[in-house]
Design a protein. Structure first.
Length: 143
């Protein structure tokens, strides 16, 4: 049975589920920072997923990246599955700007920013949710 890692539960806000993944928002308003977690128990690496789930993870990751690009207009999207501290397979999607406090370095390991306000979370949930639905419904080409 799938269970979300305790650290992800503590650090993130749950925005809901996609076909394969839970969509989380890191509760730090410094960066638009989302995390996809495949809802499969005991998985620590992408190659551990069955082929069908690997393709679905890529599809959901690409849709999230497109949605983030449209909503946040970043200079760069950082997408990574690292897992040194949280071994449960999860993919970070972070919208970066050259003006952000950690640029050009990494965002993890530094001081945490302020948490989101409820109204901000709802705006993000609606806007990103609408974009994800659009991109997942229309497929990889977005049209």
């Amino acid at each position: 049975m799938f269970e979300l890692d305790r650290r992800l539960q503590e650090d993130c806000l749950d925005l809901g589920g996609l076909e394969l993944c839970r969509l989380l928002l890191m509760n730090d308003r410094t960066y638009p920072w989302f995390i996809l977690v495949p809802e499969r128990p005991g998985i620590t690496e992408i190659y551990h997923l069955p082929d069908r789930d690997q393709w679905q993870l890529l599809r959901e990751s690409s849709a999230l990246a497109r949605a983030m690009a449209m909503e946040f207009n970043p200079d760069k999207l950082n997408i990574a599955a690292i897992g040194n501290l949280v071994p449960q397979l999860h993919m970070h999607h972070i919208a970066r700007r050259s003006s952000d406090p950690a640029w050009p370095g990494v965002v993890w390991g530094g001081p945490r920013g302020a948490p989101y306000e409820c109204t901000e979370v709802e705006w993000i949930r609606v806007r990103i949710g609408d974009q994800l639905e659009r991109f997942l419904r229309t497929g990889p080409s977005g049209g």
